[in-house]
Design a binder for this molecule. Structure first.
Ligand code: ATP
Ligand code: MG
Length: 364
């Protein structure tokens, strides 16, 4: 059998710096961990524009469609701010998401004990927290028609339409139940069925998918406003939360702040299952290209490293190795290693991007 394939797109700014640390980890798996990947590297974003005049070439797009998983660093930077909209670095990322039809956006909120003081909440509320928000990414109020600003009588009216079809709800619900089976087997579906028709349909379809195909997974339903409250009151009650585009946008940012720095947060975007049964997938840190610190060796590589851990778990069926990698991260943090973004305590000297990466490889 051939090795699992991975397309790496480091991108711009700190993207290449944090990705270098991920490649050290991939090399370690190849040499010592008994896990080899067929890795292809390519350009996306501003660097692709510099070389090819487009932020994503058709060749790169075709490769992305062909591999088991894509791992992306970050795109953009001030150098590209004045480019025409059609060739902006971000368009490269949007094209990937759109053509791969990645409809489920996964944002974990995981709190490492060593960083529990970083949370905006009390330590005992967040220590050991490990939840996953699955946000529907391609439909809902951000896309529904009609939309626009219209004249109505003697004033204007701004309109957006919340719209979900059964199949759009069905497929993202399946993503959430599949994930739950690899975690704690529990899904909370979030909507506002008390005041929204789309919410009523959402609840009905998610329940039906569960009853027909995932009876082993525990499911409960929660209104979005209550969920926001529960996230800051007692977040450890959740395992997987599945919700629509708008509520997911808000709740995932809220959950992110339970855990601390942007430099710690991974993400995945998943699409339909491929021939091998695993979903199309793009993994990337939540943070951007961070032009203010690019090229200085200050970037925290952990968000990107944890994105690769998600790839191990969700694209390569290597859950045990994903856990091993997360534990290596946990260990270096417990040992007191901190990149500059994680500094809190006085007298601690920050380590560089590559020192952090090397320490994680050593912990492996
Ligand atoms: P984008 O529009 O691409 O999301 P942004 O400017 O909104 O970019 P980031 O690029 O993520 O957001 O940067 C926001 C802030 O967080 C910056 O000050 C940056 O230095 C810091 N930051 C982001 N990622 C990291 C990281 N991995 N390590 C350390 N600091 C980071
Ligand atoms: Mg941003």
């Amino acid at each position: 059998m051939s090795n699992p394939s991975l397309l790496i797109l480091p991108g711009d700014g700190i993207g290449p710096e944090v990705m270098t640390e991920v490649t050290k980890i991939i090399d370690w798996y190849g040499a010592k961990g008994g896990l080899k990947f067929d890795v292809t590297m390519d350009l996306v974003g501003g660097c692709a524009y510099d070389k090819h005049g487009t932020p994503l070439t058709d060749e790169t797009m075709a490769k992305a469609q062909d591999v088991d998983a894509v791992l992306l660093g970050a795109v953009g930077g001030p150098k590209y701010d004045n480019l025409d909209f059609s060739v902006k670095p971000e368009r490269g990322l949007l094209r990937l998401r759109k053509e791969m039809d990645l409809y489920a956006n996964l944002r974990p909120a995981q709190c490492f004990d060593a960083l529990a003081d970083f949370s905006s909440l009390k330590k005992d509320v967040v220590a050991g927290l490990d939840l996953m928000i699955v946000r529907e990414l391609t439909a809902g109020v951000y896309f529904g028609e009609p939309r626009g600003i219209f004249e109505e009588g003697n004033e204007r009216v701004g309109i957006n339409t919340q719209r979900y079809t059964e199949s759009e709800i069905d497929r993202v619900a399946r993503s959430a139940f599949e994930l739950a089976r690899k975690r704690d087997n529990k899904v909370t579906s979030v909507e506002k069925a008390n005041v929204m028709e789309s919410g009523i349909l959402w609840r009905e379809v998610v329940q039906k998918v569960r009853d027909e195909d995932y009876p082993d997974v525990e499911l409960n339903h929660m209104y979005a406003d209550n969920c926001a409250m529960q996230l800051v009151r007692a977040p450890k009650q959740f395992d997987v939360i599945v919700t629509d585009n708008l509520f997911g946008d808000i709740l995932s940012d809220c959950a992110a702040m339970l855990t601390g720095s942007l430099g710690m947060l991974p993400s995945a975007s998943l699409g339909a299952p491929m021939a091998n049964g695993r979903p199309k997938a793009l993994y990337e840190p939540v943070h951007g290209s961070a032009p203010d610190i690019a090229g200085q060796g200050k970037a925290n590589p952990i968000a990107c490293i944890l994105s690769f851990a998600m790839a191990l778990r969700y694209s390569f069926d290597q859950g045990a190795e994903a856990t091993r990698l997360e534990q290596a991260v946990e260990k270096v943090l417990a040992d007191g290693l901190r990149t500059a973004d994680l500094l809190g305590e006085e007298g601690v000297k920050p380590v560089s991007t590559s020192e952090m990466g090397d320490a994680i490889v050593a912990a492996l």
